[in-house]
Design a protein around this ligand. Structure first.
Ligand SMILES: [Zn+2]
Length: 467
């Protein structure tokens, strides 16, 4: 905006403050409006570790931006041809300030009020694009503490269809996380392509190109999956020196190397993946849960590479610092691969299946089936039979493996000879029976990573500064 005397919209003195605090404007942001310095006081407060102060600043930034929007963009909203760009800038910028508020509600234990606060922020921009952004944050809130994915999906559904013409990147990303399982191959691809089109950011390019590779892998097209992953590795490496990876990119890259390495059975790629994961573990930024997750991924690399003793130890390290039930399942697989059937059975029986959700339970079921075949124990085989029959929503490649297992378990129960390589030691036909994890990789919204990202994200304020 050109410099001019500011004569725009202002919140009414006694009306609720636009920052969603539930206080009156006169008692809230009006004394703290940052004007042209929008965002700066917040960044300082975060740097100083002053979260309460950061909260006040984030609120004032939201109020400031809302005032600008209502003063400058809103009056133009009836002139459709002027609108799309200006409006998108406002939605993205105000959305980013709301993202900061979101992280502070989490960290300051105001979480129980967050959804109500979002409801209060809905009127800050009176346009469908903004309502969708608020809807995005609502859906995201259900992926947080005490999450409820079904409720998240319900929120997302309220926004109407999300197609490959969607312009809101964040909405597409959460859609991938919540709805992908129910989409056909071609629809998944077009959504991934749309994300790649909307975001040049290297981490997004790495994540969603890998996402495409995984889709090919899931329909058993390993050739295309491998070609895409080669390309991801080459692209990443070509810029790494000039622009070093951040922690998230290093994490993604370690996973890409693992995926390509296991696809190609390439020992060198596996070694590189191992090194990347080990270096990540040396960072001191991890919570125990975060560390356990990386340990599991490191264990996976060792397991896919056939280093079962090392893998077992790494999984046990993960269990020791609070790793999830699945780590125990992988310990069992490692023992089985070393021919230690009885110990594998014992380990599997220790796993707490109540902690396993979705695909994790699929992993567990496959492992249980293979261990049951190796142990040749009737009760176990019967349990495996039931679990394999009931297992649903499998991707094509895993469904094939499930059916193979089911046939073998049924044959063994009927006293028929089952191919020897399905038993301990020589698991030839099940070489990939547990490579389910990659199907999650590249998609799952990592809630903590998002929180971290949102708290640091720099809003692009466009030309909203009236000074
Ligand atoms: Zn306020």
């Amino acid at each position: 905006m050109a410099a001019r005397e500011f004569r725009g919209w202002k919140p009414k003195w006694s009306a609720p403050c636009p920052c969603a605090s539930e206080k009156k404007y006169k008692n809230c942001c009006h004394r703290r409006l940052p004007s042209a310095n929008i965002g700066k006081a917040y960044s300082m407060a975060i740097k100083d570790g002053q979260l309460e102060r950061a909260l006040l600043c984030a609120r004032a930034d939201i109020t400031q931006y809302t005032i600008w929007h209502k003063s400058h963009t809103a009056p133009l909203m009836h002139r459709a041809h002027m609108l799309p760009n200006l409006l998108q800038i406002d939605v993205d910028a105000l959305g980013a300030y709301v993202g900061r508020l979101f992280t502070l509600y989490l960290r300051l234990d105001l979480w129980s009020d967050w959804r109500a606060a979002l409801g209060r922020l809905r009127g800050n921009i009176e346009h469908d694009k903004w309502y969708r952004k608020v809807g995005y944050y609502l859906a995201l809130s259900y992926l947080g503490p005490k999450g409820d994915r079904i409720a998240g999906r319900r929120e997302l559904a309220k926004l109407g269809p999300i197609t490959n013409e969607e312009t809101d990147l964040e909405l597409l990303q959460i859609y991938v996380d919540l709805e992908f399982d129910d989409l056909a191959f071609a629809d998944r691809m077009s959504i991934l392509d749309r994300i790649l089109q909307l975001s040049e950011e290297r981490s997004n390019q790495m994540q969603y190109r890998t996402g495409k590779a995984i889709q090919y892998y899931l329909i058993d097209d390993r050739k295309t999956a491998g070609e895409i992953l080669d390309d991801v590795v080459a692209r990443a490496q070509s810029t790494r020196e000039a622009d070093p990876f951040d922690v998230r990119e290093r994490h993604l890259f370690a996973g890409v190397l693992q995926l390509l390495g296991s696809l190609r059975r390439d020992a060198d790629l596996m070694r590189r993946s191992t090194t990347e994961f080990e270096m990540l573990l040396e960072e001191d930024c991890w919570t125990d849960l975060g560390r356990a997750k990386i340990l599991r991924e490191l264990g996976d690399t060792h397991r896919y590479a056939g280093n079962f003793e090392i893998a077992e130890q790494v999984y046990r390290d993960a269990v020791a610092i609070g790793g999830l039930g699945l780590d125990q399942v992988y310990v069992a697989e490692c023992l089985l691969r070393r021919g230690l059937v009885d110990r594998a059975v014992a380990e599997l029986e220790k796993a707490d299946t109540r902690l396993l959700v979705g695909r994790e339970f699929e992993d567990y079921t496959h492992c249980y089936g293979v261990v049951a075949l190796a142990a040749k124990k009737m009760p176990m085989l019967n349990t495996a039979l039931n679990m394999l029959k009931q297992l649903k929503s499998s991707e094509p490649v895993f469904n094939t493996q499930r059916l193979e297992l089911l046939v073998n378990v049924t044959d063994m129960l009927a006293g028929k000879q089952v191919k020897s390589d399905t038993t301990a030691g020589g698991l030839g036909t099940y070489a990939n029976f547990l490579i389910l994890q990659p199907s999650l990789f590249g998609f799952g919204i990592n809630f903590n990573a998002i929180i971290d990202y949102l708290s640091r994200k720099k809003p692009k304020s466009g030309d909203k500064d009236p000074s």
